[in-house]
Write a protein that binds this ligand. Sequence first.
Ligand code: ADP
Ligand code: MG
Length: 390
Amino acid sequence: MNTTTRADAGPGTLADRFEAAFGAAPDGVWAAPGRVNLIGEHTDYNEGFVLPFAIDKRAATAVRLRDDSTVRVLSTAGDQGLAEADTADLSPGAVTGWAKYPLGVVWALQQRGIEVPGFDLLLDSDVPLGAGLSSSHAIECAVVTALNELTGSGLGPEEMVTLTQHAENAFVGAPTGIMDQSASLRGASGHAVFLDCRDQSVELVPFRAQEAGLVLLVIDTKVAHSHADGGYASRRASCELGAQVLGVTALRDVAAADLEEARGLLDPLTFRRVRHVVTENDRVLQTVATLRSQGPAHIGRLLDASHASMRDDFEISCPELDLAVDAARRHGAIGARMTGGGFGGSAIALTAGRDERRVRGAVVRAFAEAGFTAPDIFTVTPAAGAGRLP
Ligand code: ADP
Ligand code: MG
């Protein structure tokens, strides 16, 4: 890897900027969105249900195949410069910096026996980094969509989900599931992605907050979250222990009605963690049913209950997330919860449009009074999944 140039982040289309950087027009531009999880936290690795949606913030990649095996990638963000690699010597751990995401996809395609030629790539993403909106998966999903088309591989969305998971787990080294890629690759405008993590089946569920006069606010607490620390691993271990003691394949197989019986079989800590997963799974199903029968204005209590469960039972919240949720709720949000893996990242607050300013102001004030770093607050709407841009 060497740094030789910078992307021109100035005006013009991404194709124009690609041409300015690489000296020829791209073969095309492909984009993939970030995601927000509406509900269903830490249920994925328990073979349960999640309900994320693709957001109107995305990673766009302009790509041009080369006739040698060189890959050059450049981002309009920051001053990371140009990274260069050869498709013939990719191996897990060998690539550092953001290039590991596009190159991880190349490596995973190769692992499937798909030959990938060299290419030039310019990335332009407005998915905020490290806010729990999956900026890294947005890159991977844009790249796999581009290379799938350019190499004529004919992979379907489910195969691309599995492939990017392999890239993220084995090449990047992050122990993530299939939720983020499924939302990014299989999302649809105006819909949430109801995903069964056991068999990867997906149903699109209408989530038209705007039509109901609502906005979904994302409150980025700016607290760094990390999957690598022990918090995540210890939650997974508790879930595995719970499933083992209760004699089920995964906690997905425990019904909410059977929790009281489970209490007597588990130590108090494991029981609370099991209770979070079991009740959270149930809340996803209730949210789907409520969205279908009554609409988004009626899911507030489920969002609130989800947050309480993560705060008290699963213990993955933090003071900033709790404050964001409490301030939003006290000043008019109809429901709020932390979203993502926990210990930082973002909260979401479902709010009537007329209360948006009040809720935003209240959260900003509460953070200032507590001496916390000012949060970033913005709205998201359910957008289309990955694809080629015209
Ligand atoms: P997230 O929750 O946003 O996915 P990660 O730590 O998994 O957080 O991924 C963030 C990483 O993705 C960054 O450190 C960077 O390497 C890469 N990344 C995201 N967006 C960009 C971008 N626009 N340009 C370059 N790299 C990016
Ligand atoms: Mg990520």
